[in-house]
Design a protein around this ligand. Structure first.
Ligand code: AHM
Ligand code: MG
Length: 335
């Protein structure tokens, strides 16, 4: 079959054996995420038409205004997973605590937990800029038959069995990995089907794009300041191009296709950076590494960090392998 005709559903079935512990559960999780992504995509595309844009008046755990679509996306992904009784626990960037899912007969026998950032970059919604969903799947580590505990969620990124993102952009795409490379699927909204459009995605080893909120420059660590100056020098293939959407999924998706680096360092204002290790950095790191790129906290591999809290943050440098190596070099020198 022509690969451009292959649907996500067909691809999931064909590649079931890639899953280490193949029992169909992981495929069913993907099917749920695929369904929820379509529902959210429909809603995001209508955001300018209906009265859904704007803060709902609540603040999330990080103290930020929640947009209505955040709430909608959060409920949609969580309910879709809960209704199918295929996971034993869910943690969301939008919720203070994790959710325990009892499963069939409340027997707590499901194996997987899902961590999700249901609508990342939501401050971009009311200006019609792309947003995304980020998800991550782990096997529980506490014994089956008992309710999940915090320990199940505080696993290092290297334990991920799957991760992915959905980008609600000029088209809606779902990109994911199960540790066997990265594949991207584009939604045909007319018939509600995702098609394999980007098979075996590869992060270019080098790139010429750097993505960082340069407005925070004065607050950055010296190593990052030096790296930014290096990007701007007129030498070899530099100065690089600066591109920053302020929507993690979009910035990394673009850089994965064109080659580039995304940086969210610490600053005087945010001593651990802004991005959340469990909901944003680990899943993106898994995808980026699977595509041949690199993800670091400036000094070491993000996926090896041992989490200590659900909403923990970390500085994040991720993208083309050689570019991330370079920024680490600058960080070490300025230490
Ligand atoms: P959010 O989870 O509250 O949406 O914040 C995460 C977003 C990322 O998508 C983006 O890369 C970053 O925050 C932008 O932050 P800033 O506006 O500080 O540059
Ligand atoms: Mg987020």
């Amino acid at each position: 079959m022509n690969k451009s005709n292959k649907t996500l559903g067909e691809f999931i079935i064909e590649n079931q054996n890639d899953f280490k512990y193949s029992s169909g559960e992981l495929s069913r999780i993907f099917n749920s995420i695929r369904l929820a992504a379509k529902v959210v995509s429909y809603k995001v595309n209508k955001a300018g038409l209906v009265d859904i844009v704007g803060a709902v008046g609540e603040k999330n755990i990080q103290g930020e205004d929640q947009q209505k679509l955040d709430v909608y996306a959060n409920e949609t992904f969580i309910q879709t997973l809960i209704n199918r009784e295929i996971v034993c626990g869910i943690a969301s960037e939008e919720n203070d605590d994790f959710i325990t899912v009892g499963g069939v007969d409340n027997d707590h026998n499901n194996k997987y937990i899902v961590l999700i950032d249901p609508l990342d970059g939501s401050s971009n919604i009311d200006v019609n800029v792309s947003v995304g969903t980020i998800f991550s799947v782990y096997r529980r580590i506490t014994p089956n038959g008992t309710p999940v505990t915090l320990e199940d969620f505080l696993q290092p990124g290297i334990n991920q069995v799957a991760a992915g993102y959905v980008i609600y952009g000029t088209s809606t795409m779902l990109v994911y990995t199960t540790g066997h490379g990265v594949n991207g699927f584009t939604l045909n909204p007319a018939i509600g089907t995702f098609y394999l459009s980007h098979p075996n995605m590869k992060f270019p080893i080098d790139g010429t794009i750097y993505s960082v909120n340069e407005g925070n420059y004065v607050h950055f660590p010296q190593g990052v300041k030096n790296y930014i100056k290096y990007c701007q020098l007129e030498e070899e293939d530099r100065p690089y191009t600066s591109r920053y959407i302020g929507s993690l999924v979009s910035d990394i998706h673009r850089n994965m296709i064109k080659g580039g680096i995304y940086l969210y360092p610490t600053s005087f204002k945010a001593s651990k950076g802004k991005l959340r290790l469990l909901y944003e950095c680990n899943p993106m790191a898994f995808i980026v590494e699977q595509a041949g790129g690199k993800a670091s906290d400036g000094f070491s591999r993000v996926m090896e960090i041992l989490p200590t809290a659900l909403h923990e943050r970390t500085p994040f440098f991720c993208g083309s392998y050689n570019m991330v190596e370079k920024v680490e070099e600058f960080m070490h020198k300025a230490k």
